[in-house]
Ligand binder design. Structure first.
Ligand code: PRX
Length: 647
């Protein structure tokens, strides 16, 4: 057991803090006692076209779940990220781009950002994209990905970003679900020296996506690609010919800003829908206070724009605050495992925000690649995506941060739009492994399996009892599923799907998912998705997938596979199935372990008992619990005998 140390707020963090310990208490109290007053004030951080008079209109009760914030106000998100900064900081760098190769970089000022976004907006309009239309963005980490997001926001189109690591099938499913009219992509992406065939994947996906009438292609590598005349447009040619002036569309606060697909415990990924006003207020506010952002800071979040972290904390939050945000195309270990810290030195990064999986992978390489760099510019470190184990936290603090830099362990979700539970660097004493305390306006509640609230130091299921402006509004095209997934388990409460412990100081410790979602390297993967990919193979009869502890990834994917009668279980077939899942979903869904299982543990009614499969995958088969309800208890012994070696 790791002994819990508390790390007090360092003096210099206190001095520059936007929020001190006393202020945190005072503001938090106000935010929960008078949410209308609190958020009415915070809404002013944005520029509104028509100011709001209504603040909050929320109902968490099924079947009438409805969430509205600032509902009579109008605004435009791109104006808030660009135009309003131009008078004061037109020549300030908005985006620092660091390419995959250390020799490749660029700096884009706010004036230049305005020019790029205006031109692309006009190109999109000329292609017939109108307010409310959906546009899919399938891009590498290049500035054009941010231009594409902001151009959508400017003309009122709803973007749906699909991570560049997803397969043509996954891309097609997402495009079909929201009936996108346009895809913005690149010829190829580059990561860690390897090419990613984005245009080839797009072409393949579009064979089954009749809604798409145009494809804008950024030339990233100049690699060979096919061209569909009348559909495909080169980004460079089209934007050069377009005017940089594009008047922004006036959007209602509750008009959609984006859809982002994320995995749940059942079925296909859900289109999480975020709207304009509340999301922008929340992204901007959390970026400012959680990262204690001051004018002139250089801020780097290593996420990909394909995930929500990239949306809120590379693009919308920082740019709404007029910040300089760094966008990195590459990976932590290319050309070598010093890369992150070299980039920190090169661009004098002050705030660095990454995922525990990256920290664990770099920790394995030893201290040398870190200590060979200066990192003097660093002031604050952040962590997101999964629980950070105290060992990794300590290494991040001692070796990367030279014991100087506070670490903000930020807990949140695609659904929450922004950070909900987190330390504030100048206000919160830190405990390694704890996400600490709720952000302003956030009211966490831990409940037992019956939904009874648990008080004091306790452990249970994490719910949030009151809305906050950044909350998702619905599942695109399926409000029923939204209500079922989040508001029906515990009546009248938003259920996060996470387990959580609260200690005697009121600190929250997220213990991981309590549903059938696996968190692989901070990426969410539904067990049902991997299972349906496996059974789509013609040699597979049945599959059951669970998460199992993994040294680097946090959780890995453990698949139990039953083959069709007469099919030989060979090592070749194992490899083929792993490849098959990669191809069907994408590399992030590759099973880490695959075990042949002639039978699966099922109840007499045919339900697979995942609890047992999870225990076997965790090597905890001494404690399987009650197996007497199984239709055939004998299958368990076979599964134990043939379990995969996880080390
Ligand atoms: O289980 C929690 C975990 O990641 C889930 C949300 O995943 P996603 O929607 O992909 O968003 C990731 C980035 C915000 C949560 O339900 N999670 C996220 N951050 C933390 C975390 N678990 C523990 N500690 C965190 N800081």
């Amino acid at each position: 057991m790791f002994e819990v140390h508390t790390f007090p707020v360092p003096e210099d963090a206190k001095e520059r803090a936007l929020v001190t310990k006393d202020q945190y208490q005072e503001w938090y109290k106000k935010s929960v006692e008078d949410p209308e007053g609190f958020w009415a004030e915070q809404g002013k951080r944005l520029d509104w076209i028509k100011p709001y008079s209504k603040i909050k209109n929320v109902n968490f009760m099924v079947p009438d779940v409805s969430i509205k914030w600032f509902e009579d106000g109008t605004l435009n998100a791109s104006v808030n990220c660009i135009d309003r900064h131009l008078a004061k900081r037109g020549d300030q760098v908005a985006i620092i781009w660091e390419g995959d190769e250390p020799t490749d970089d660029a700096k884009i000022t706010y004036n230049e950002l305005a020019d790029h976004v205006g031109r692309l907006s006009n190109v999109m309009k000329a292609q017939g994209v109108k307010k409310g239309d959906r546009v899919c963005i399938y891009m590498p980490m290049i500035p054009e990905a941010a231009y594409a997001m902001l151009a959508c926001a400017r003309i009122g189109a709803v973007h749906s970003i699909v991570f560049g690591g997803f397969s043509p099938d996954s891309l097609a499913n997402r495009i079909q679900d929201s009936e996108c009219k346009m895809v913005i992509t690149a010829d190829e992406g580059v990561r860690g020296g390897r090419k990613i065939p984005l245009k080839v994947n797009t072409d393949k996906a579009l064979e089954t996506c009749p809604s798409v009438t145009s494809v804008v292609v950024v030339k990233r590598t100049g690699g060979d690609i096919e061209w569909v005349d009348g559909r495909d447009i080169w980004y460079e040619e089209a934007t050069e010919a377009a005017s940089p002036d594009c008047p922004p569309e006036e959007m209602n606060a509750e008009d959609p800003l984006f859809i982002l697909y994320t995995s749940g415990s059942t079925g296909q990924p859900k289109g999480v829908l975020h709207t304009t006003g509340g999301y922008m207020v929340y992204a901007s506010m959390t970026h400012q206070y959680v990262f204690d952002y001051h004018d002139g800071d250089i801020y780097w979040c290593t996420a990909d724009v394909g995930w929500v972290t990239g949306h809120s904390y590379i693009v919308y939050g920082p740019l709404a605050n007029g910040a300089t945000t760094l966008m990195f195309e590459g990976v932590p270990n290319y050309p070598d495992s010093s890369r992150f810290w070299q980039v920190c030195d090169k661009h004098q990064v002050n705030t660095f925000y990454t995922a525990p999986t990256a920290i664990r992978a770099l920790m394995r390489e030893g201290n040398g690649p870190v200590t060979s760099t200066s990192r003097k510019s660093l002031r604050l470190l952040g962590s997101v995506g999964e629980p950070i184990n105290p060992e990794a936290w300590m290494w991040y603090h001692e070796v990367v941060g030279d014991k100087r830099c506070p670490i903000v362990d930020t807990w949140w979700q695609t659904e929450t739009g922004g950070i909900l539970i987190t330390p504030l660097p100048g206000a919160t004493d830190l405990k390694p492994g704890s996400a600490a305390l709720p952000f302003f306006g956030v009211q966490p509640q831990i409940v037992d399996n019956e939904g009874e609230p648990l008080e004091g130091a306790t452990e249970g299921n994490l719910c949030i009892t009151e809305s906050w402006p950044g909350q998702m509004r619905t599942v695109y095209g399926d409000h029923e599923r939204f209500m079922q997934t989040y508001f029906s388990t515990y009546k009248g409460k938003y259920f996060t799907g996470d387990g959580c412990r609260r200690d005697e100081d009121g600190y929250y410790w997220i213990t991981g998912r309590v549903d059938d979602v696996i968190n692989v390297s901070g990426h969410r993967m539904g067990t049902a998705e991997v299972e349906s990919a496996l059974v789509a193979h013609d040699k597979v009869a049945e599959a059951a997938v669970v998460g199992a502890p993994h040294d680097i990834k946090g959780q890995g994917i453990y698949a139990y596979v039953t083959l069709n009668a007469g099919v030989e279980p060979t090592d070749e077939l194992k490899k083929e199935l792993v490849q098959w899942v990669r191809k069907e979903i994408g590399p992030i869904a590759s099973p880490d372990w695959l075990q042949w299982s002639p039978g699966l543990p099922k109840t007499r009614s045919g339900k697979i008992m995942r609890r047992i499969l999870r225990k076997i995958a965790e090597d905890e088969f001494g404690n399987l619990g009650d197996t007497s309800t199984l239709a055939d208890p004998g299958v368990v012994d076979d599964l134990i005998d043939n379990r995969q070696n996880r080390t």
